[in-house]
Design a protein around this ligand. Structure first.
Ligand SMILES: [Zn+2]
Length: 313
């Protein structure tokens, strides 16, 4: 019922021109959209939160972006923010996190069809098959449990250092835990090279998807450097912008900024919901988190900045 009321309210907002008004109000702010994947085939028990967006929904998003926003490469957008250079109105960058194969097979053809640039942040250990997304393991283990149980487990486990998390998972699920290969296909390095050849950018997202706020300095800096070097050596290039796994405030420690600069990184992406202006810390850039639940009007509301904090210039 609440969902239906929200849908009616959003439709009303669209008809009354509220989205266009909001877009105009926030036109000087920069938007960075955060996706994870695009797929029509995922089991709704596992993809209950719209982690992967249906291709039809993604295409509607792209149509809105192509029609009303200035989609540009992320590194150019971040450089303009850092240097105070004026951005085009409604400047927007598209990003994908983690490195799922569907980024290449499903998202790329649609991005190319609409001629829109994007940046793909890959967890290098996922591509090398030395690590796997632990949250998908949890979703499979708790497949028949209420969704709140899954959400609670994920919230608890992402706050733990990796070693402790693995111990907790083993203690709680023991032999019931599915093997590390959780049926979630990742891109190959050939896919990554092809992305680069077709003009897309690829950036770092650590080696094993650690939290930069909950690990030791040695582990954090080793994972940042290794992931950047791995991408550089495989793809011949790496984005100077880094994406922090998990991304909320607690998953990034401000003292890492200087160390990131030393490693050639010029900006860092959080998953904190919001728009960006010249006064936004380049190592705490906000994003707009997009899911498959952002249907036509919900996406237009999100992209317009209607539901975001805006320190608009
Ligand atoms: Zn991630």
């Amino acid at each position: 019922m609440r969902r239906q009321l929200k849908a009616v309210a959003l439709r009303g907002a669209a008809i009354s021109g509220l989205f266009a008004l909001s877009r105009r109000r926030t036109r000087k702010a920069a938007r960075i959209l955060a996706y994870h994947g695009v797929s029509a085939t995922f089991d709704p028990h596992l993809n209950f939160d719209g982690f992967f967006v249906h291709p039809d929904v993604f295409e509607r998003h792209l149509r809105t972006l192509a029609g009303h926003y200035h989609v540009m490469p992320l590194d150019e957008l971040v450089t303009a923010l850092r240097t105070g250079t004026e951005l085009p109105d409604c400047a927007t960058a598209i990003t994908f996190d983690d490195g799922y194969l569907n980024n290449f097979t499903e998202a790329l053809p649609l991005l190319e069809q609409y001629r829109l640039p994007a940046t793909f942040f890959v967890t290098t250990g996922f591509l090398d098959h030395t690590h796997a997304p632990w949250w998908w393991t949890i979703r499979q283990a708790l497949r028949d449990q209420p969704r709140n149980a899954v959400i609670d487990w994920e919230a608890k486990l992402k706050r733990l250092p990796a070693a402790q998390r693995e111990a907790e998972m083993k203690k709680a699920f023991g032999d019931a835990l599915p093997p590390n290969d959780v049926g979630l296909a990742m891109m190959s390095w050939d896919n990554v090279r092809e992305l680069v050849q077709r003009g897309y950018q690829v950036g770092g997202h650590t080696v094993s998807h650690i939290s930069l706020g909950h690990e030791t300095r040695n582990i954090v800096l080793a994972e940042v450097s290794e992931s950047m070097q791995r991408i550089q050596s495989e793809a011949g290039t790496v984005s100077p912008v880094f994406s922090y796994p998990y991304g909320e405030a607690e998953h990034f420690n401000a003292e890492w900024s200087a160390a990131l600069v030393e490693r050639g990184i010029t900006g860092g992406l959080t998953t904190q919901q919001g728009l960006n202006g010249p006064q936004t810390d380049p190592f705490r850039l906000n994003r707009l988190n997009v899911t498959g639940n952002h249907d036509r009007y919900a996406f237009r509301a999100l992209a317009s900045g209607l539901s975001s904090r805006c320190h608009c210039p």
